[in-house]
Design a binder for this molecule. Structure first.
Ligand SMILES: Cc1cc2nc3c(=O)[nH]c(=O)nc-3n(C[C@H](O)[C@H](O)[C@H](O)COP(=O)(O)OP(=O)(O)OC[C@H]3O[C@@H](n4cnc5c(N)ncnc54)[C@H](O)[C@@H]3O)c2cc1C
Length: 313
């Protein structure tokens, strides 16, 4: 019997869309059951959202004061207590999942499968390696629990027409005292979240400075897009590093990606492989970004962006 436990990612009482993507990956295994687990001090609202995801058999909740903040060291022992009844544990391959899954795998004494992009069988998965230049097929020992992170950009979110039952759990794990929550520092922005936004405008080193980046923000706001950046732009201090797109940044799959003053290094492209339409604005007609762009505009970004903005009206 194949049973998959999907760990819900949430913040501020809201379920993150990555959870429904992990459920899609779980459904591809064709299991007998997919259960979602919500760890929180007050899990009800998140559990109600998770219960609507198509394909979910039931939602399990662990309500504890220690779960008020997402701490991998605190979550992992609780998940391990529940995982014994499951053949697979899936977590979205977001910062949350990349932090949590290795601890769960280590406590279960298994190797983690990272960045699952397709399911070939219950124990056979495909994942990208070498910045997405090669795809490797991974075979997992069928006798041990599969702990996997799910490459969210490769999976569409499961629809929200379900009504799974919610079941509170009481587990008494030994929680660590070496890790405690101090505070959460996050950039406040009214712009869409980079990881889930359908439209993203990213700026690179070509934008030239933090002040110049205003032109990217302005254009993004005009079209209701999230803002991203290349690593060079982040390293130069033009934007904070949570905006970085690419191998060591965020892997995203927007419907529209506009790269402004970005050359198209392989480490950047690996973050946008699953984007729908890619538009590149670059003054160098030989820039590698044009090899993968669906629409290329060769010219000065400081001329082209205001022109585009004016054309949109
Ligand atoms: C292990 C490793 C991991 C990495 N991870 C990442 C990652 O996650 N994300 C990432 O982005 N990079 C990553 N990099 C860095 C990557 O190799 C490149 O250095 C980086 O992506 C380059 O950023 P860029 O395109 O903004 O800068 P550049 O390569 O310098 O390109 C700037 C571009 O702007 C254009 N330009 C300049 N002025 C204008 C103008 N006025 N108008 C129009 N165009 C203009 C230029 O023609 C040029 O093509 C990684 C590298 C390594 C080794």
């Amino acid at each position: 019997m194949t049973k998959i436990l999907v760990i819900a990612e949430h913040l501020g009482g809201k379920l993150n869309g990555s959870t429904a993507r992990a459920v899609s990956a779980a459904a591809a295994v064709k299991p007998d059951a997919i259960d979602v687990i919500v760890l929180s001090d007050a899990p009800d609202a998140v559990a109600a959202e998770a219960a609507k995801i198509d394909g979910v058999s039931k939602v399990l909740t662990i309500a504890r004061a220690e779960n008020a903040h997402s701490l991998a060291a605190v979550y992992a022992p609780q998940i391990v207590k529940v995982a014994s009844g499951y053949t697979h544990v899936f977590v979205p391959s977001t910062t949350f999942g990349k932090d949590l899954a290795p601890r769960v795998a280590a406590l279960l004494g298994v190797s983690q499968v990272s960045d699952v992009m397709s399911v070939e069988g219950p124990h056979t998965f495909k994942r990208p390696i070498y910045a997405g230049n090669a795809i490797v097929t991974v075979e997992v020992d069928a006798t041990s629990t599969v702990v996997a992170t799910i490459r969210t950009a490769s999976w569409a979110a499961a629809a929200s027409n379900g009504s799974a039952p919610v079941e509170p759990l009481n587990v008494e794990p030994l929680l660590p005292s070496h890790t405690r929550f101090v505070n959460l520092q996050q950039g406040k922005s009214d712009r869409p979240d980079l990881q889930g936004a359908p439209k993203v405008v990213s700026g690179g080193r070509g934008v030239g400075s933090k002040e110049n980046f205003e032109i990217v923000y302005k254009f993004a706001d005009k079209i209701g897009a999230a803002v991203g950046a290349s690593r060079a732009a982040v390293d130069a201090g033009y934007v904070p590093n949570e905006l970085q797109v690419g191998q060591t940044g965020k892997i995203i799959a927007p419907e529209l990606y506009i790269a402004v003053g970005i050359s198209g290094a392989i480490q950047h492209l690996t973050g946008i492989k699953d984007a729908g339409t890619i538009v590149a604005i670059n003054k160098d007609g030989e820039a590698p970004i044009f090899e993968i762009a669906d629409i290329g505009l060769v010219g000065d970004l400081f001329k082209i962006l205001p022109e585009l903005e004016a054309a949109i009206g």
